[in-house]
Design a protein around this ligand. Structure first.
Ligand SMILES: [Zn+2]
Length: 403
């Protein structure tokens, strides 16, 4: 019988926007798996991926076998409901992200557009799948997500340096916003820089409740130069949010977002498709036309981007919360235990991936086996297995699952 609970060795990525060396939570957690090399202080560590995605797969720590191969051989671990819908796979992809500057301004195509792009250019768009995602803060987490309310954007664009980006037609609706967004993304490097300079010469009070904008333009300009079109789109059109540990956002497919600074647990439907237009080199940007076409207009305020956490009935002792986005691919459990506390996860009827983000303890699994838990340890848990957690000093665990 194949083991239903297996510890994993995961891959890490080193994008330039990642935090450096030990400052990166992704690096810290990744380096704790036995056998992984230490942290190289000269490198940035942006992401750790958990799961079966082929470009950065996870391996069984005990045998070195790829998790994806293990599940193909043992499809019973995935459970019938998920296997019928997605095959013998983990249909979601959890990551730990650590970033000290803005990630590319992006959207992830919905199912219809993803299928079309994948057919036209399978090299660039490797997946026919959509990629809605959630992000849960492990630290202070700053991001841009969704659009500001239309009336706020409309009044902002009455400022002299911005007037000419607005088409002269009457109503200011979502179509107007699409045109404004495309105009900002199409502006020449000189025009972007001069618009930013003009905005910064206006008294902050004229920005109303968005008085952070001149300072934000300065901060973004220092990261990606004062010529990056993303500066204007993020600071002027999008909601700027600062979250604390445990807070979360849901980013539906086709929804505009750019993460700015922090450490997060991210989970998404299993896909790597992205359309970028800012905070990245011009040569790697996708077409403004494609980006503009794909845009959706939800959420339309900061509140709409938030994903509330609520008590989960999977936790028998009431110490488990769930982040449940309105999609079928996954939900994420969070169990936080103080010293001496314990919790039981009742059996889940589908695959799950779990990471210990803080503390240490142990986990009893059927067959009276006890598994040691340390910060950074990652596990695949097959369907139908109850888990008993206990800890002397405190423990935090995130567990993404589908059923
Ligand atoms: Zn994204």
């Amino acid at each position: 019988m194949a083991d239903a609970v297996v510890q994993l060795r995961c891959g890490v990525k080193n994008d330039g926007w990642g935090k450096k060396g030990k400052a990166s939570a992704a690096a810290q957690l990744w380096s704790k798996t036995p056998g992984n090399p230490g942290i190289d202080e000269s490198k940035t560590y942006s992401e750790m991926w958990m799961g079966t995605y082929p470009s950065n797969p996870s391996y069984l720590l005990s045998t070195g076998e790829q998790l994806g191969d293990y599940l193909k051989k043992n499809p019973q671990l995935v459970g019938k409901s998920v296997k019928d819908r997605y095959g013998p796979e983990v249909p979601f992809l959890p990551k730990i992200l650590s970033f000290s500057k803005a990630l590319p301004l992006q959207i992830h195509p919905d199912l219809k557009l993803a299928a079309k792009l994948h057919k036209e250019d399978p090299e660039k768009y490797g997946d026919a799948n959509h990629k809605p995602e959630i992000a849960i803060a492990l630290s202070k987490f700053e991001l841009f997500a969704g659009w500001k309310p239309l009336k706020d954007i409309q009044s902002l664009f009455k400022l002299k340096p911005l007037e000419h980006f607005v088409p002269s037609s009457g109503n200011f609706d979502d179509e107007t916003l699409r045109q404004v967004c495309k105009a900002l993304l199409s502006a020449s490097p000189n025009e972007v820089a001069s618009t930013i300079a003009e905005l910064q010469s206006i008294p902050e009070s004229q920005f109303g409740t968005d008085s952070y904008i001149p300072g934000m333009l300065d901060r973004l300009s220092k990261q990606y130069t004062e010529c990056d079109n993303g500066n204007l789109v993020a600071a002027l059109l999008m909601n700027y949010l600062t979250l604390g540990p445990g807070d979360s956002v849901f980013v539906p497919a086709d929804s505009i977002h750019a993460y700015l600074e922090g450490d997060i647990v991210e989970c998404m439907a299993r896909s790597d498709n992205v359309i970028n237009t800012g905070f990245c080199p011009v040569a790697t940007r996708d077409s403004v036309e494609l980006f503009g076409q794909a845009l959706t207009f939800t959420p339309h305020d900061a509140q709409g981007a938030l994903l509330p956490r609520r008590k989960s009935d999977k936790g028998m002792q009431g110490k488990t919360d769930v982040y449940a986005p309105p999609i079928s691919e996954f939900s994420v459990l969070c169990t936080a235990l103080g010293a001496g506390e314990n919790e039981t996860h009742q059996a889940i009827h589908g695959p799950s991936l779990m990471i210990v983000t803080k503390g240490c303890g142990s986990m009893k699994i059927p067959g009276n086996t006890t598994v040691g838990l340390q910060e950074g340890y990652v596990f695949f848990v097959g369907q139908g297995v109850a888990l008993d957690f206990s800890t002397d000093k405190g423990l935090a665990v995130y567990r993404a699952y589908a059923e």
